[in-house]
Design a protein around this ligand. Sequence first.
Ligand SMILES: NC(=O)c1ccc[n+]([C@@H]2O[C@H](COP(=O)([O-])OP(=O)(O)OC[C@H]3O[C@@H](n4cnc5c(N)ncnc54)[C@H](OP(=O)(O)O)[C@@H]3O)[C@@H](O)[C@H]2O)c1
Length: 263
Amino acid sequence: MKLFAIFGDPVSHSRSPLMHNFLFKTLREDSCYTRVHLTDGSKLRETFFNLDLSGANITVPHKEAAYEACDEIRGFAKAIGVVNTIILEDGRLIGYNTDADGFMEAVKPFGKIQKVLILGAGGTAKALASRFLQDDVHVSVLNRSESRLDYFKELGLTCNSWDSFICEDYDLVVNTTSAGLKDDAYPAPKEMIEDILSHTSYAADAIYGKVTPFLQLTQEKGITYKDGADMLLYQGVLANHLFCNKRYDLKITAEIMQKSFAI
Ligand SMILES: NC(=O)c1ccc[n+]([C@@H]2O[C@H](COP(=O)([O-])OP(=O)(O)OC[C@H]3O[C@@H](n4cnc5c(N)ncnc54)[C@H](OP(=O)(O)O)[C@@H]3O)[C@@H](O)[C@H]2O)c1
């Protein structure tokens, strides 16, 4: 039997075990997926080998540590230094990023996005910003602390911390901060979020499984929005495709995993 896991802190909220195990069971794959609460990201590599894993997903706050833990990085993860999926291949750890493509699939129903505001400057923000740039979307980034904005400045993006932000019009605003995950915080001061929501057509939150304060305000403004459930689904579909050595069609994988949400 192959064993897979998700590493994170916190990790108890993660629906990934449910999604992957449902798929393994449905397709009679001899595999199992568990969660590992990891507080120290520098221990990721040794924990992976100690548990004899065949692959893993990595969530907040270890995606940059996961990049460092790998022997080789493939695809989009190389450009952003952020890994959310690891595969064991001939004793070596191979890192991938499936978050960005997962998110793009999730916001497809919103139609063409030309201007996006990303709230946050962590691993998810890096992945989404770089992926939007590939599609020539105008990207602005707003983060609590100035220090994390360097990566985005080097990409030539409009970057602000809270004290220098001036709101513009956006097609989409995305919350990629972990504000609202464990607490009732807004991704920026409430008045600033209200102003932003008055200047956007659509909103999305990477957090899933709860109505965050950000989404609560979005609802109150009557804006069309998505929480992170579809992003979770599609990043999981792409990760599972790698776990199962690309044996199953992506559409079938998505259909099966979607059913796990009803459990
Ligand atoms: N749906 C999905 O499939 C999916 C996929 C990926 C990620 N996510 C979610 O996305 C979120 C971010 O993940 P990540 O890996 O990018 O995290 P990360 O690298 O740790 O970055 C966290 C970001 O959140 C900001 N932040 C944290 N607490 C805040 C607060 N109280 N107020 C304002 N800003 C705050 C941080 O700002 P500072 O720089 O100021 O500290 C930083 O920019 C998590 O909630 C994760 O669960 C969901």
